[in-house]
Write a protein that binds this ligand. Structure first.
Ligand code: PNS
Length: 160
């Protein structure tokens, strides 16, 4: 059986930190499914379709990665996709409490699905999609934190 992990998130937009986690995750898993939560209740900058396009544009050269969307419970999606693990990146201590809650709730909901955390690369420790969007909104240079296609789309979105 291939070892499959779901790497879930909003990816609004994908950052170099996310790509680093996915690439390193592939050392542990045969296949990684990057899955965007389809959440109409949460305001996002990019549509789900745009976010899928950016994932594909920035990781087209990486093998054994698939891009998808999901709604409902993450563990149900993982089960449906025959994934034995959820992959998440962990940055500074501030991520810990939320990630801990998420992992424990997922474990309670389905004990067959394990959560695997990878520490983010030191370079990306203080980057997040939110802070990148904030900087880009006001014309800040975030070109070394996101893939080139995301940089272009952010510029277009904010009219820079
Ligand atoms: O990038 P994010 O916003 O931190 O990702 C959060 C995500 C998508 C991993 C989380 O919100 C999620 O899995 N939502 C789906 C619903 C669910 O299963 N929640 C956890 C148990 S209640």
């Amino acid at each position: 059986m291939p070892r499959i992990a779901v790497y879930p998130g909003s990816f609004d937009p994908v950052t170099n930190g996310h790509i680093d986690i996915a690439e390193r995750g592939l050392k542990l898993f045969d296949k990684i499914i990057i899955a965007i939560l389809h959440n109409p209740g949460k305001q996002s900058l990019f549509t789900v379709e745009e976010r899928l396009e950016m994932l594909a544009e920035s990781m087209s050269d990486i093998e054994n990665i698939e891009f998808d969307t999901f709604d409902g419970l993450l563990v149900d999606y993982a089960h449906k996709r025959q994934a034995s693990a959820v992959l998440r990146g962990m940055r500074a201590v501030s991520d810990f409490e939320y990630e801990f809650q998420l992992a424990l709730m997922n474990r309670k909901l389905n004990r067959e699905v394990e959560t695997v955390f990878l520490m983010t690369g030191l370079r990306w420790i203080f980057t997040s999609s939110s802070i990148i969007k904030e900087a880009a909104r006001f014309g800040g240079d975030i070109s070394d934190m996101v893939p080139p296609s995301v940089n272009l789309r952010l510029k277009a979105k904010f009219g820079h």
